[in-house]
Design a protein around this ligand. Structure first.
Ligand SMILES: *[C@@H]1O[C@H](CO)[C@@H](O)[C@H](O)[C@H]1NC(C)=O
Ligand SMILES: *[C@@H]1O[C@H](CO)[C@@H](O)[C@H](O)[C@H]1NC(C)=O
Ligand SMILES: *[C@@H]1O[C@H](CO)[C@@H](O)[C@H](O)[C@H]1NC(C)=O
Ligand SMILES: *[C@@H]1O[C@H](CO)[C@@H](O)[C@H](O)[C@H]1NC(C)=O
Length: 449
């Protein structure tokens, strides 16, 4: 009797399971059919997988400057970046690629450890990663900067040094034509594994604005986003990465002097795509066509800031430039950048032929000037002071550059040594306005252009 009841119960139980199974099975089918009609599985399927096949190897596609390397198939797993290669000699020295994401003053502590980056063989990778039918494949191009937050939240360091002269100039180098052909897919994501969104934002919000205007729908991944990948113990494979690291840049030799041969092959008009996107972002194309024919001189006034000209010299400079535009064809704008919104600034700068100003952020505006035989950047320093920041930027973008010491000027290749003299950041920088106007006169009336 007991046995029969038990048998019946087991029968009921198994029967229920069977019914439930049928129900779930048909449900699952409904569900996946519905999904299939929404998602094209051949488009979402991952283009990279290995089972018993060999693991795709990492290639260093370009490495001409310290701290800037372009990779194909770069791996990341549990907080460590892996280079999988059977030819370790083809990979640059580790310390010239990356650091541990610490501030620059921690020199010894920033020498890359095995926790940060490891170079392993495909056999080691197979043991570590196992067979992967579906690693997380980050398709397309990623820009990645493995810096401490230290310099990221500053427009000059991020937009000019890291984005423009770093990632973008490398990404557009003809050396990568063998991989991409002569055109490039836009990068899909920017990754900052050691900085939060807030740490990356400069006080004026220009880092975010510039990347949005320049690269549109790019994804931004910060410390938390990256940590979530790494904590998940999922394997990531990045198809193409332009990897920058500031501490690694500093381990190499100084290459900003015009007397050094620049090691990277640079594409002609390499910055145009970004300048065009940004100017189009602020101004519809039909307005752009109606640019004034007169050369525009923009003098960026810093008289409301800490580092500025002597008041008398500022006034003379303005009146001398006004006088100049009565003698020759030109238009003058005296701009106090903090009084203009971003759109107005970019519009003004995109039409500027000659940009004049005291050393400082205002000279970043040259990014949006069109490089032509006449385009000129004039930087006023306290006499004997000089730093390469805006000179190197101008030379790289294709603008003629002059540094001014009161009534003297200098230009590449004859540049003074870097020197932050007393008064460099002061409020009484002298300048001879007549000399500056006469230099601009020369530039705007040069015949042989
Ligand atoms: C799904 O994507 C593949 C590859 O892009 C394409 O060939 C195919 O026509 C697509 N199928 C549907 C139903 O859209
Ligand atoms: C991940 O890394 C941590 C810290 O280095 C280590 O303790 C842990 O064993 C690693 N986990 C796996 C699955 O490799
Ligand atoms: C630009 O100039 C063209 C022809 O000179 C004119 O038709 C057009 O309306 C102008 N566009 C704007 C926005 O002023
Ligand atoms: C500025 O330089 C001009 C020559 O270029 C000179 O005649 C003039 O005296 C100088 N002005 C001052 C205030 O030094």
């Amino acid at each position: 009797m007991v046995v029969a009841v038990r048998g019946f119960r087991i029968f009921v139980f198994l029967f229920s399971l069977l019914i439930l199974g049928f129900y779930l099975f048909s449900k699952k089918h409904d569900h996946s059919d519905a999904l299939l009609s929404l998602v094209n599985s051949s488009e979402t399927s991952l283009p990279l997988a290995w089972n018993d096949n060999t693991i795709p190897e990492t290639k260093a596609l370009l490495h001409k400057l310290p701290g800037l390397t372009v990779f194909e198939n770069l791996y990341a797993y549990n907080g460590t970046i892996y280079i999988v290669t059977s030819e370790p000699d083809s990979i640059p020295e580790k310390r010239m690629i990356i650091s541990n994401g610490l501030a620059l003053e921690f020199k010894q502590e920033n020498e890359p450890t095995d926790q940060t980056l490891q170079i392993i063989t495909p056999a080691e990778a197979r043991l570590l990663f196992g067979p992967a039918l579906a690693p997380n494949f980050l398709a397309g191009v990623s820009f990645m900067q493995t810096d401490a937050p230290q310099f990221l939240g500053h427009m000059y360091h991020f937009v000019v040094e890291i984005f423009a002269l770093g990632h973008w100039r490398h990404f557009t180098s003809p050396d990568l034509d063998t991989t991409f052909g002569s055109t490039r897919p836009y990068p899909r994501r920017y990754i900052f594994p050691y900085a939060s969104h807030e740490q990356w934002q400069d006080h004026a919000g220009m880092n975010l604005w510039t990347i949005r205007a320049a690269l549109g729908p790019i994804a931004l991944e910060f410390k938390d986003e990256w940590k979530t990948w790494m904590d998940s113990e999922q394997l990531l494979v990045m198809e193409h990465v332009v990897l920058g690291d500031r501490a690694a840049w500093h381990r190499g030799s100084f290459w900003k002097s015009p007397k050094e041969e620049f090691p990277l092959v640079v594409r002609d008009r390499w910055w145009d795509p970004i300048r065009n996107s940004v100017t189009a972002f602020v101004e519809p194309a039909d307005v752009q066509a109606n640019i004034t024919q007169k050369p525009l001189i923009t003098y960026v006034s810093r008289q409301n800031s800490r580092r500025r000209l002597k008041t008398k010299d500022h006034n003379t400079l303005v009146s001398e430039l006004e006088l100049l535009c009565q003698i020759i064809e030109c238009e003058l704008q005296v701009a106090t950048m903090e009084e203009l919104d971003t759109t107005e600034q970019i519009l003004l700068l995109s039409k500027t032929t000659v940009l004049v100003g005291v050393h400082g952020n205002g000279l970043l505006g040259q990014l949006w000037m069109e490089p032509t035989p006449r385009s000129t950047v004039i930087e006023i320093f306290h006499p004997d002071g000089f730093t390469y920041d805006y000179e190197y930027t101008a030379r790289s973008l294709g603008h003629k550059y002059y540094g001014i010491w009161k009534d003297k000027y200098f230009t590449a290749p004859d540049l003074p040594p870097q020197n932050v003299v007393d008064g460099f950041h002061g409020a009484s920088i002298p300048v001879n306005g007549t000399s500056v106007a006469s230099l601009i006169h020369q530039r705007l009336t040069m015949k042989s252009l």
